[in-house]
Write a protein that binds this ligand. Structure first.
Ligand SMILES: [Zn+2]
Length: 68
């Protein structure tokens, strides 16, 4: 009964110091917390990076040459 309680040991000092809480990086578009290193670096989530801007889509559409 009491043997199970004794198996629980506190974390070794030194190991907890290495693990610092990472700052929360949020997507600059939808402000969702980012987890992947690439998204955190660009501050832009994959879900937003893959989605093209709607304003840009209009520009691309008008940039098409007529007659093609
Ligand atoms: Zn996003």
């Amino acid at each position: 009964m009491s043997t199970d309680l004794k198996t629980v040991e506190p974390p070794l000092p030194g190991t907890a110091v290495e693990r610092r809480p990472a700052p929360v990086v949020r997507c600059r578009r939808c402000h969702r917390p980012l987890h992947s290193p690439e998204s955190r670096w660009e501050k832009l989530g994959r879900h937003c990076a893959d989605a093209p801007e709607r304003t840009r889509v209009y520009v691309i559409d008008q940039d098409r040459l007529p007659g093609t």
